[in-house]
Design a protein around this ligand. Structure first.
Ligand SMILES: [Zn+2]
Length: 174
């Protein structure tokens, strides 16, 4: 295991474009995860080194450069998102639980999200969402402001993570 025992949610990642879905998952799990379609190799290396991020890539060329620069690099070679998360857990010890004490990060832009009162965002909700949910969160990034609520998708994600934990035989969150 590469991670320290404590503060596992403090791990930071930078993810190449092949792992777009994995980047979103890491944000949902609360991990600060950079992803940008336009990053060049230099961007990956600079940001990883400067911000102490673990680089997730399968680009051999980039891996070699990262190794030379002393950047921790991981390849999660598996076909499904579940298997990729499992491998990543085995490499780094990332938590495979939806955050309870902390919050996920915005899946769109990686900024932190915060609780927002329904009143403030009610105009932006579809009628069915407005009628069904009471608790909402919003991205703190003024250029994004994505709104979140725990809809059916949240339950599906929890189930998928449970599947991952069962595959790993993790009873509690380790
Ligand atoms: Zn956002």
């Amino acid at each position: 295991m590469l991670a320290r025992k404590k503060n596992k949610r403090n791990m930071k990642f930078i993810v190449d474009r092949m792992y777009y879905r994995l980047a979103k998952w890491l944000r949902i799990l609360g991990y600060d995860t950079l992803f940008d379609q336009d990053f060049t190799d230099e961007d990956y290396l600079l940001r990883a080194a400067k911000e102490k991020r673990i680089l997730i890539t399968r680009d051999e060329n980039l891996k070699q450069k990262a190794k030379k620069a002393g950047i921790l690099t991981i390849t999660v070679d598996a076909p499904t998102i579940e298997e990729r998360l499992i491998l990543l857990h085995q490499f780094t010890g990332i938590k495979l639980h939806l955050p309870t004490r902390s919050l996920p990060r915005c899946t769109v832009c990686n900024a932190p999200i915060k609780v927002v009162s329904k009143r403030k965002i009610t105009d932006q909700l579809k009628p069915q969402t407005r009628a069904t949910y009471t608790k909402f969160w919003q991205c703190k990034n003024p250029n994004c402001r994505q709104i979140y609520w725990k809809g059916p998708h949240w339950k599906e994600m929890a189930q998928m993570l449970e599947f991952c934990r069962k595959s790993l035989n993790i009873e509690k969150d380790t």
